[in-house]
Design a protein around this ligand. Structure first.
Ligand SMILES: [Zn+2]
Length: 252
């Protein structure tokens, strides 16, 4: 049976001499493994359509173990994500988030559209990558079904937000009384809380106008990575480890 859908390449693995097995996040079928036969041949028409980040319209049929790509038309390669190392690694982080948190063949159109929009915004960004990433993480985890509860205390619904922490386990802000009973809580202050709220609800293409100190961004990113890993039951992200090793070597 033939199918047609848009898809974004998350990962490519060489298969035999000239073929590739791709991990693609598609609009209609969620994450799939697809075979691109002959994609490594120098004259292959599939070269551009099988690179990570590229957004394509694919035709394929489903075989026993894979989907097989029969035709692909590129919509956007998001090539400018590759023009800066920090930008590139955060781009890979966005792909890794989808790869590690979505089960195979489970459709989530909202998540697909978020990834598409995220790559579009990132490709045009020339600074403040971390601010963008924190805003993206907040939206990503929400569309995955774990929207942080930040209106009031997630446990007792206390509305006083003056002395709060963020509970990774409960998935939201937690008041000082409740946090005594909840050891897996992260330090937060009123300002971090306001920033979290703003970045959750501001569209990705509008966040450039918001000014946030770097240390606040680092702290929020740290909390969100822990929160995401907890919910998707993973230990780490390879892309963020790569970022850390670059920072330690004075790169970026
Ligand atoms: Zn409480």
């Amino acid at each position: 049976m033939m199918s047609k859908t848009q898809g974004i390449v998350l990962k490519e693995i060489r298969f035999k001499e000239t073929s590739k097995i791709l991990n693609i996040y598609t609009k209609k079928f969620g994450r799939i493994h697809a075979m691109a036969r002959g994609a490594y041949k120098p004259k292959s028409q599939l070269i551009a359509n099988t690179q990570p980040f590229s957004l394509n319209e694919y035709d394929f049929y489903k075989g026993k173990n894979f989907y097989y790509i029969t035709q692909a038309d590129i919509i956007d390669s998001f090539y400018s994500i590759r023009e800066n190392m920090e930008k590139l690694i955060y781009g890979y982080y966005m792909l890794e988030l989808v790869e590690k948190s979505t089960p195979e063949e489970e459709e989530n159109e909202k998540l697909f559209l978020l990834l598409e929009k995220g790559l579009r915004v990132l490709s045009k960004l020339d600074k403040d990558f971390l601010k963008f990433i924190v805003s993206y993480e907040l939206k990503f985890i929400s569309f995955l079904g774990y929207k942080p509860y930040i209106e009031k205390c997630v446990v007792c619904k206390n509305e006083d937000t003056s002395n709060i922490k963020f509970s990774i386990k409960e998935g939201g802000i937690i008041c000082s009384n409740c946090s005594i009973m909840e050891p897996y809580s992260e330090r937060m202050d009123k300002y971090m809380y306001e920033v979290m709220k703003t970045l959750l609800y501001t569209p990705l293409n509008k966040i450039i106008q918001i000014n946030i100190p770097k240390d606040v961004m680092f702290n929020l990113h740290d909390i969100l990575v822990k929160y995401i890993l907890y919910n998707i039951d993973r230990k780490e992200f390879n892309s963020l480890n790569l970022m850390k090793s670059l920072e330690n070597n004075g790169g970026c």
